[in-house]
Design a protein. Structure first.
Length: 436
């Protein structure tokens, strides 16, 4: 069909209700009824055209995924997130085709890996791992496509709390990359090995691996959201080791880079890190502002990991003046962790806000009161949980970089005192029932 006739033909098919037209969020989509689609597919098979046209469809969506990966590190992140969500059914069809046809397996690996920003950044960890594991099982040849799929699948597995599986994939990726001279894959494998060490509380090793990975990235001239996340994770390791001022310096450097490029997703994690540092330094006002902004940004992307980390910290900040509401938020966080994987990654350090919050809340509410409030939180859906966590939280002012009070504690003294900190409440306490 000549291209210039396509619009008129499509409009005619819509008029005849053969094609359906739908508009949502300012975007027009054209759909076929299932019966019409099946009829057309039958003719494609009869004519021997199915594979060719499914291949063309896949190639278009491979380009779409590549565009999304590139534009994720830009001010268009929100557009990339929304567009990828709209195209998810088409991306699934493209992945399915790529993993059904042996000659297409490597392309399937590349497509699944290129969508890392969606699997990780938009709350699709379980689905991402499903496609990545299928792709890795389909073809074990030591190619660049497989190397990328290995480190991406390792990354997803780490966030789900499956460190054993992740470590195997990342070691395989690094070994293959060294053997084949794939310097980029070496950098990403080392980076994600550092992430695994961080979440398993091996902080000195995590710091060393992040510094090694960042050195590789600089040599390669690599700068994207993954590289920024390596800086964020380095700041977390540094702060957990007790160098809070060092963590602040890294976070400030990240903020400047993100502002230069319009990056918001990695920035949210830097805000979370900076909020934890503020909490450790007994600056609850700053901690609440930054944690709330972290939740807002991650909620826009539906990033469950970023959302739940922020809610856990807001719950801890709430516990000092409203134990019941803090327990509700912990219940809401628990439901989100169920969708992510292992709660607080099984990490002592990432679990400090949770354990301190639970300790305070249980002490004030008693076992039965805490469990009732926690159960209330588990009944909240994601949007309701976010709204509840942000209730009473003012937006962080632009350019707000207030320095924390007092000298930075070191070593184990970085763990906060669980006693209430006065001076800043996130909002008025909610009405509550009589205590037990």
């Amino acid at each position: 069909m000549p291209a210039e006739t396509m619009v008129d033909v499509l409009a005619d098919l819509v008029d005849k209700s053969v094609v359906l037209c739908r508009e949502a969020a300012g975007t027009v989509r054209y759909l076929l009824l299932d019966t019409v689609r099946d009829y057309g597919l039958g003719w494609l098979r009869e004519l021997g055209e199915e594979r060719r046209l499914r291949g063309r469809h896949r190639d278009w969506y491979l380009g779409f995924a590549t565009w999304g990966e590139m534009e994720w590190f830009s001010a268009r992140q929100a557009e990339v997130s929304a567009s990828t969500e709209r195209e998810l059914a088409n991306l699934r069809a493209a992945l399915e085709f790529s993993l059904e046809v042996p000659e297409e397996f490597r392309t399937g690996q590349y497509l699944a890996a290129s969508l890392w920003f969606f699997w990780v950044g938009c709350g699709r960890l379980a689905e991402g791992r499903y496609w990545l594991e299928r792709a890795l099982t389909a073809d074990s040849s030591p190619t660049g496509q497989r190397a990328k799929a290995l480190w991406v699948c390792g990354y997803v597995s780490i966030l789900q709390g499956d460190g054993t599986a992740a470590l195997g994939m990342l070691h395989e990726c690094r070994a293959q990359a060294l053997e084949t001279g794939n310097a980029a894959a070496v950098a990403y494998a080392v980076h994600r090995m550092g992430c695994g060490a961080l979440l398993s509380d091996d902080l000195p090793r995590a710091k060393a691996l992040f510094e090694e990975a960042l050195g590789h990235y600089r040599t390669l001239g690599e700068l994207n959201s993954n590289v920024i996340m390596a800086e964020v994770e380095l700041a977390m390791a540094v702060a957990f080791l007790g160098d809070l001022e060092g963590g602040i310096e890294v976070c400030e450097r990240i903020r400047e880079t993100c502002e230069d490029h319009g990056e918001r997703w990695a920035l949210a994690y830097a805000l979370y890190t900076r909020a934890v540092i503020a909490w450790l330094q007994e600056d609850p006002c700053l901690a609440a502002e930054l944690a709330a902004e972290c939740v807002r940004i991650n909620h826009a992307f539906r990033d469950l990991v970023g959302i739940v980390l922020g809610i856990e910290l807001l719950a801890a900040l709430t516990a000092s003046h409203d134990a019941q509401e803090a327990a509700v938020l912990q219940g809401a966080a628990g439901s989100i962790w169920d969708a992510v994987g292992l709660p607080v990654f099984g990490s002592r350090y990432f679990g400090i806000p949770h354990s301190r919050c639970e300790e305070l809340s249980r002490a004030q509410l008693g076992r039965a009161g805490y469990e009732r409030a926690f159960a209330e939180g588990t009944g909240l859906d994601l949007d309701s949980a976010v709204a509840r966590a942000l209730d009473g939280c003012p937006p962080a002012p632009a350019g707000h970089h207030r320095r924390p009070r007092g000298p930075a504690p070191v070593g184990d003294s970085a763990v906060p005192d669980p006693r209430p900190v006065s001076g800043c409440h996130r909002g008025p306490a909610r009405p509550r029932s009589a205590p037990d």
